[in-house]
Design a protein around this ligand. Sequence first.
Ligand SMILES: *[C@@H]1O[C@H](CO)[C@@H](O)[C@H](O)[C@H]1NC(C)=O
Ligand SMILES: *[C@@H]1O[C@H](CO)[C@@H](O)[C@H](O)[C@H]1NC(C)=O
Ligand SMILES: *[C@@H]1O[C@H](CO)[C@@H](O)[C@H](O)[C@H]1NC(C)=O
Length: 293
Amino acid sequence: MKSLSLLPFLCSLSLLSVVTASTAYPSIPGTDSGECSLAGVETINLPPPPRREVYDNGRIFDITHKYVPEMPVFGSSEGLGNFLWLPRSMKNGSLANNSAFKLDVHTGTHVDAPGHFYDNYYDAGFDVDTLDLELLNGLALLVDVPRDSNITAEVMKSLHIPKGVRRVLFRTLNTDRRLMFKKEFDSSYVGFKEDGAKWLVENTDIKLVGVDYLSVASYDHSVESHLVFLKSREIILVEGLKLDDVPSGIYSLRCLHLRNVPSALYCCCALSLFLLSQMLMQNGVTAACHKYS
Ligand SMILES: *[C@@H]1O[C@H](CO)[C@@H](O)[C@H](O)[C@H]1NC(C)=O
Ligand SMILES: *[C@@H]1O[C@H](CO)[C@@H](O)[C@H](O)[C@H]1NC(C)=O
Ligand SMILES: *[C@@H]1O[C@H](CO)[C@@H](O)[C@H](O)[C@H]1NC(C)=O
């Protein structure tokens, strides 16, 4: 992989987790196993480092999932498995610790490129590098989808998302069911049915669609819904978001993808939300969306 810049980031996270059973990751139970650690490594006599996903008293939320071996992989019951190792280690005489990882680019929180479901777009080079950073960053609405349905045209209609809103993160039953924390892929996840995707494309200004499991499309419309969304090459799909414990509302979304990958899609490495002021919320989501979109 070319994503060298991510290596130290990933490894520092997992190495340091050896020394602390963190209380700062309340929504991720049982993932402090130190997957980058090696048996018999002594714990370091330092205070535990802060490991947060909520910053500044709840003004900033990290909504990416931490890469762990137990995380689900689309269509598999095995989970991600070991993906991270330490080819050069100071304990073994190296000048520095250098870790390496190997990962399917569709793992965890990630964006889809147009070439993911259109082979001609893939051949023409519409990879993740062509996605619009302006669209990936800006005001976004986090909405709760009724829990008794996939996202159909009817559901989309019922959400009353105002015109002008360009980025929407859809929180569904997937979050309640904590599907992203279960190793086994679960095909009963909630996603967009083809008619829901069509409704969004035809009746809204939404150009960034975020969801809380590994696919924007419901399992039975996997291909159809992706084709609807990706056809114009104007819509960015962000999948596998971690929306637990984040109040619904209007946020400033920061989403950064990794560059220069010829493959169809790539991991989204940093995505966070900034809650706008309480005053703004009191004006009502709809009014505020009109004003700030
Ligand atoms: C280097 O890697 C070892 C594992 O071999 C680890 O225990 C140690 O904390 C690492 N050192 C630094 C400075 O990260
Ligand atoms: C150091 O090298 C030994 C022998 O090759 C190996 O068993 C051990 O796992 C290595 N330790 C680290 C921290 O890389
Ligand atoms: C969503 O659709 C899937 C099939 O793709 C189905 O298994 C699941 O039960 C549906 N969920 C809801 C809440 O209707």
